[in-house]
Design a protein around this ligand. Structure first.
Ligand SMILES: [Zn+2]
Length: 422
C-alpha cells in the first residue's frame, strides 16, 4: 500500500510539474501527514526536491513547492543494435545528458560484448562525474526474444545470441539494478511515455531496419505473449512462394520489405541495366547499395527508386493491415531506417492499410512516423527504470492501471481517483 501511495504522489508531481504538499493531499485523497512522510522519503531517495519557484500561499501559510529532481535522478540506458551499441545517461524526463557508441561485432561472443558494454558504462560515469550510487538503474534495449522477468535474451538471430543472462551479467559487473526488454517494445515504451503515442489506449509500433519487428499496446499495456514473442510481424507470410527469409520460410514481410530485401531489389535492378541514381549515391559501387541510397534517390524523384519505395510501401501496408484487423490500434507508429524512406512510401502504406481493413470501418487507422527517431530505443529503455520507481506512462486514463516490478509486487498506479490511505 505504501508503494502504491508513493507512486500516486510521484505521478502527480510529474503531471503537475510543480505542486505543494497541500495540493497533493487534495488530489490523492491521502491525509496531510501521509503526504509529508512520503515526500520526505522521496526526497531522501533523490526523486523529489523543493522547487526554486515562488512559494504558494495557502490558508495564510507559505507552502513549499515540490518538483521532480531532474538533476540528481540518473538512469543509464543501453541499446545493443545489429550494427551499433549505444550507452547513455538520461534524466527523469529522458533527456539524454551524455552518450557513447561502439560498433557491435557479430564475431564477438555475448560475454565479450557485454563486458565492452560494462566498460563503456564505467567510462560514461567517469566522464560525467557520476557515482554508481547515483544511478537508479540500467535499462537495456536489445533485438530478439527477451524474457523481461529474468532479463535473459532467449534468442537473438541478429546478434547470434542464445540464452544470454544480460541482467545478471551487468548487475554483477556494475552493481546496478538492470532491466532488459526487446528493442521494438522499447520503441513503443519510448513513444508512449515521451513521443507520438502519449495517452493512446491502443497503438502498434513497427520497426523497419535490417529486419522488421513490431510491438502492440492495448489498454495502455504492452503485449508480450506467452514466450515473449508477440507481434512478430516480420515473419507473417505476405507472398506465397515469395523470396526466402532469414528465418527459413518463404514470402515473409521481412524478406520483401526489410532493409536487406530493399538493397537486393535495388542491386537486381542495377544488374539488369536499369538507369538509376541509386548507384550514384553509392559512389558507383553496387556492393555499397543499401536501403539508404534507395531512399536518397527516391527523394530525387529517381523513377526506379520511387518504384521500389512504392513496392515496399505496399508490402508494409499489407503486413500492417493484418495487425490492424486483429488489434484495432488507433495509430501505427513507424520507426527504423526504412521508415524514413522518401518518395510516396508513407502514403502508399496508408492507402494499402485502408484498402485492407474490415469493410466500412468508420474510424481510420493512421500510420505515422514516431517522434523519437534514432533515440526511441534508449528512451524506451529508460522507462523500464522509471516503471520500477513507480511511474506510469503519462496520460493513462485507466484509474486501475498498475505497474508491477519484476518480483510481481505492485509498485505503481494511476489510481488518482481512488482514495488510498496508508
Ligand atoms: Zn521469416
Amino acid at each position: 500500500m505504501k508503494q502504491l501511495n508513493k507512486s500516486l504522489v510521484i505521478n502527480i508531481i510529474r503531471d503537475h510539474r510543480q505542486i505543494s504538499r497541500v495540493d497533493i493531499a487534495r488530489e490523492t485523497g491521502l491525509n496531510r501527514s501521509t503526504v509529508t512522510n512520503l515526500v520526505r522519503e522521496l526526497m531522501d531517495e533523490n526523486v523529489v526536491n523543493t522547487s526554486q519557484a515562488e512559494p504558494k500561499y495557502s490558508g495564510g501559510r507559505r507552502a513549499e513547492i515540490l518538483e521532480l529532481n531532474y538533476d540528481s535522478f540518473k538512469i543509464v540506458v543501453v541499446n545493443i543494435g545489429r550494427y551499433t551499441t549505444t550507452v547513455g545517461l538520461v534524466d527523469i524526463d529522458a533527456n539524454i545528458k551524455a552518450s557513447r557508441s561502439f560498433t557491435t561485432s557479430v564475431q564477438a561472443s555475448a560475454d565479450e560484448t557485454l563486458r565492452q558494454v560494462a566498460e563503456e558504462i564505467k567510462a560514461l560515469l567517469r566522464d560525467t562525474d557520476t557515482t554508481v550510487d547515483e544511478v537508479r538503474g540500467i535499462g537495456v534495449s536489445i533485438s530478439g526474444l527477451v524474457n523481461i522477468s529474468t532479463g535473459v535474451v532467449e534468442f537473438s538471430p541478429n546478434l547470434k545470441w542464445k540464452s544470454v543472462p544480460v541482467k545478471a551479467v551487468l548487475e554483477r559487473e556494475l552493481g546496478i539494478k538492470t532491466f532488459v526488454d526487446n528493442c521494438t517494445r522499447c520503441v513503443a515504451r519510448g513513444e508512449q511515455w515521451f513521443g507520438a503515442a502519449k495517452g493512446l489506449k491502443a497503438f502498434a509500433c513497427v520497426n523497419i531496419g535490417y529486419g522488421i519487428g513490431a510491438s502492440l499496446v492495448t489498454d495502455y499495456r504492452l503485449i508480450t505473449g506467452a514466450h515473449w514473442g508477440a507481434a512478430e510481424i516480420g515473419h507473417i507470410t505476405v507472398l506465397k512462394d515469395g523470396p526466402l527469409c532469414n528465418c527459413g520460410k518463404r514470402g515473409c514481410l521481412e524478406a520483401l520489405a526489410g532493409g536487406e530485401a530493399i538493397a537486393s531489389r535495388a542491386k537486381e535492378l542495377i544488374r539488369s541495366g536499369v538507369q538509376t541514381e541509386i548507384l550514384d549515391f553509392a559512389d558507383g559501387k553496387i556492393e555499397k547499395v543499401t536501403a539508404r541510397e534507395v531512399s536518397l534517390a527516391a527523394r530525387n524523384a529517381d523513377k526506379p527508386a520511387l518504384e521500389i519505395a512504392r513496392e515496399v510501401g505496399y508490402w508494409v501496408g499489407l503486413g500492417i493491415s493484418h495487425m490492424v484487423n486483429m488489434f484495432d490500434p488507433s495509430e501505427v507508429i513507424l520507426s527504423g531506417g526504412v521508415s524514413r524512406m522518401e518518395g510516396n512510401f508513407l502514403d502508399v502504406v496508408n492507402e494499402v492499410v485502408q484498402e485492407n481493413l474490415m469493410g466500412n470501418r468508420q474510424s481510420p487507422c493512421h500510420v505515422i512516423r514516431g517522434d523519437l527517431g534514432e533515440h526511441a530505443e534508449i528512451i524506451g529503455a529508460a522507462t523500464l527504470v522509471l516503471s520500477d520507481v513507480g511511474f506510469v506512462p503519462p496520460g493513462v486514463k485507466d484509474p486501475f492501471f498498475a505497474v508491477y516490478n519484476l518480483d510481481g509486487d505492485r509498485v505503481g498506479s494511476a489510481a488518482n481517483s481512488l482514495q488510498l490511505q496508508a
